[in-house]
Design a protein around this ligand. Structure first.
Ligand code: ZN
Length: 429
């Protein structure tokens, strides 16, 4: 027993570093208020940051935000000086896969088929911590890719502070048309798939079952891709409408993976709330999305990562066709007035590196402040969380980050995260 004590001490220190204080359990109300004094505040909405603002955090909420001279703080408040830094809402990534790691390390097939469940869970816990420390305080995880309902347990483990991580919205296994998804092996064989199959006859049962097991959103694949054949739509419009109607009847929104023009069109007509990837979209289908208020998660960083795995070096030589079409689709979506929501597809590339998505959004044509809105207020609205988070406003949850420099001028500032608060608690200082 004696030999264990230093380790226990170390564990407590580690917990203190992760959660703020070893006395954290039940101490929320007992913590002194925090007065955050950055150089400026990006409120998640305005184009220009507010120079000289301060933010007061009480418990898990933003209590006050405004010019330093007009924003009183109680005498017991702990002052955190954030010189040279910008304070902004905690970032949101609306498309991640905590249970995947970069395909350059292990192919998707091998992750789904060969990695033990416990290994995948341990990786997911690491990914959650890295994501939070990178300033992403909320994520929507769009499918465990063969790891069952592990995301439901991960959400609980984070809520119960067993592991540090962002606030999680989950979809469990996601839904694909029968025969459309991998891993693909010899036609005689059967292996566990990366998502759950359904058809016209089984869609209501599968949607309700996933909701019953803990899904916050329903994720459907409107199309599929296979080597040699490329992309093709899968579910009919009738099937997608049934899926959306079943989810909506219980108050659940639907996200659709779509990379073909026809997949996008059917998903949009069916009334999904977000479309993921959007590669094959044109002006007409993006106008339809804009008219119906459907947001796009462009997953630019994942496309770039796939190109890198194929030998492309960003900045060196011409862009491959896949990235040219990604750029063209993103520009067409912007021109059509589609709401862009930051959704990176992290997992395809390293968790915690999601700043890359925002860098590419700016590179592909969004002004920095608009890209930041896509990862804060606009993302919160698309995820039905705007009444609780996504901007710097009294009464909202104190999900706040501080970065060195001014990300409304240089989006690369998001790589210099110096402080993270989630619900008023500090995993990074
Ligand atoms: Zn994805």
């Amino acid at each position: 027993m004696k030999a264990m004590e230093p380790r226990i001490g170390f564990a407590l220190l580690l917990l203190a570093a992760i959660f703020g204080s070893p006395a954290a359990p039940g101490a929320l109300g007992g913590e002194p208020p925090l007065l955050l004094k950055p150089d400026r505040v990006f409120d998640g909405v305005s184009d220009r940051p507010h120079e000289g603002w301060v933010v007061l955090v009480e418990g898990n909420l933003i209590a006050r935000a405004g010019p330093a001279a007009e924003t009183a703080a109680p005498p017991e408040a702990r002052v955190i000086e954030l010189r040279g830094q910008t304070l902004l809402p905690g970032l949101i990534d609306a498309h991640t896969h905590l249970f995947l790691h970069p395909y350059s390390e292990t192919s998707w097939d091998d992750q789904v088929l060969k990695e033990p469940y416990a290994v995948r869970v341990c990786r997911a816990a690491n990914h959650a911590r890295k994501t939070l420390l990178a300033g992403f305080t909320t994520i929507r995880d769009l499918g465990t890719e063969g790891a069952g309902y592990g995301d439901v347990g991960m959400r609980q483990a984070i809520e119960e502070k067993i592991v540090p991580g962002p606030r999680l919205l989950v979809v469990t296994r996601a839904i694909v048309a029968t025969g459309s998804y991998g891993p693909k092996i010899a036609p005689e064989g059967n292996v566990p798939l990366g998502a759950e199959e359904a058809d016209l006859a089984t869609i209501p049962r599968v949607v309700r079952d996933q909701i019953g097991r803990g899904a916050d959103w329903v994720k459907v694949y409107a199309d599929a891709w296979s080597p040699g054949k490329g992309g093709r739509p899968t579910f009919s419009e009738e099937e997608l409408k049934l899926l959306v109607a079943t989810a909506r009847a219980s108050g659940y929104p639907v996200a659709a993976h779509a990379m073909t023009r026809e997949g996008l069109r059917r998903a949009a007509e069916a009334g999904v709330e977000t479309i993921e990837h959007g590669d094959g979209g044109d002006a007409e289908v993006f106008r339809l999305m804009a008219k119906k208020g459907i947001a796009l998660c462009p997953t630019l960083a994942a496309a770039e990562a796939m190109a890198r795995y194929g030998g492309y070096t960003p900045g060196a030589g011409p862009e491959p066709e896949s990235l040219k079409s990604k750029r063209a689709a993103f520009e067409a979506a912007l021109a059509a007035g589609v709401t862009i929501v930051c959704g990176s597809d992290a997992g395809v590339f390293a968790h915690g590196d999601q700043a890359r998505e925002l860098e590419l959004m700016v590179d592909y044509g969004q002004p920095p402040a608009a890209a930041l809105r896509s990862a804060t207020s606009a993302a919160a609205k698309a995820l039905h969380l705007d009444a609780r988070l996504g901007s710097v406003k009294p009464g909202l949850l104190a999900d706040l980050i501080a970065v060195e420099g001014d990300p409304t001028k240089d989006i690369g500032a998001l790589r210099k995260v110096r402080l993270v608060l989630k619900s008023g608690q500090i995993p990074r200082e």
